[in-house]
Design a protein around this ligand. Structure first.
Ligand code: ZN
Ligand code: FE
Length: 256
């Protein structure tokens, strides 16, 4: 059985597009549809024919190409059940606990509300890959637009519980800005300081910081670390309710 192939590319100013491909079954999905011309170029580059679109949430930079790509390829358009009415050209909706069969590969669906109320993530367990949209970012998390911070915290806990070696494919290159904020929240986290330096070097060379891994995020992402005594001390919130600590971190980032 062949492994899932993943082709990552830049889209718009700071989005990432992903094509995923199972060679054995000859199926190809676009994770979300930012920037249609970039997706078409990626299909041309890989020589893969689009059979699926897997949307994480309804925002335009994740669904804006659905209509055009569906018209062109007649592909399935899959998205979150809880916001099905907002996903253009949807053909199938999924939610928590569903298993998506993608050729010979399988993805488990998580509901990760907060950024939007219906946001979902796709976890390909055997391929050690999670496509998390705007829920979790490298060193950050999505702005809480539609849900509440405690709801976002609960969503992030689901992703934090994935195996440490899982690669985290998020939808934006926001890592440098996230790093600048993260070091203000937990300046005594050596691993974070080292990662922030590395990110600065990578971005200065125009290189990607995505994907990261769950292991890296657990060690350095302040939005996953509400339970860590070091972060609680830094915030002066020792022993506070974890969702409250997360809420405080999110509030600081919103005002950063
Ligand atoms: Zn979004
Ligand atoms: Fe986005």
């Amino acid at each position: 059985m062949s492994a899932l192939e993943i082709h990552q590319f830049e889209a718009f100013d700071d989005n990432y597009g992903y094509l995923i491909h199972d060679a054995e079954a000859n199926v190809t999905a676009s994770i979300d549809t930012p920037d249609t011309p970039k997706i078409l170029a990626a299909l041309e580059h890989t020589g893969w024919a689009l059979t699926h679109i897997l949307c994480t949430h309804h925002h335009f930079d994740h669904t804006g190409g659905n209509e055009e790509l569906k018209a062109k390829f007649g592909c399935e358009v899959i998205g979150p059940r809880a916001e099905a009415a907002k996903i253009p050209a949807l053909t199938r909706s999924l939610g928590e606990g569903d298993i998506l069969e993608f050729g010979t590969r399988k993805a488990r669906i998580f509901d990760v509300p907060g950024h939007t109320l219906g946001h979902i993530a796709y976890w390909f367990e055997e391929d050690k890959a999670a496509f998390v949209g705007d829920a979790l970012f490298a060193l950050g998390c999505g702005r809480v637009f539609e849900g509440t911070p405690p709801q976002m915290w609960a969503s992030l806990q689901k992703l934090a519980a994935l195996p440490p070696a899982t690669n985290v494919y998020c939808a934006h290159e926001y890592t440098l800005g996230n790093a600048k904020f993260a070091v203000t929240v937990e300046p005594e986290n050596d691993e974070l300081m080292a990662r922030a330096k590395e990110i600065e070097l990578l971005r200065a060379r125009g290189e990607r910081t995505v994907p990261s891994t769950i292991e890296m995020e657990l060690a350095t992402n302040p939005f996953l670390r509400a339970g860590e005594p070091s972060l609680q001390r830094a915030l002066g919130m020792e022993g506070a309710v974890l969702a409250d600590i997360f809420t405080e971190v999110r509030k600081r980032k919103d005002n950063f």
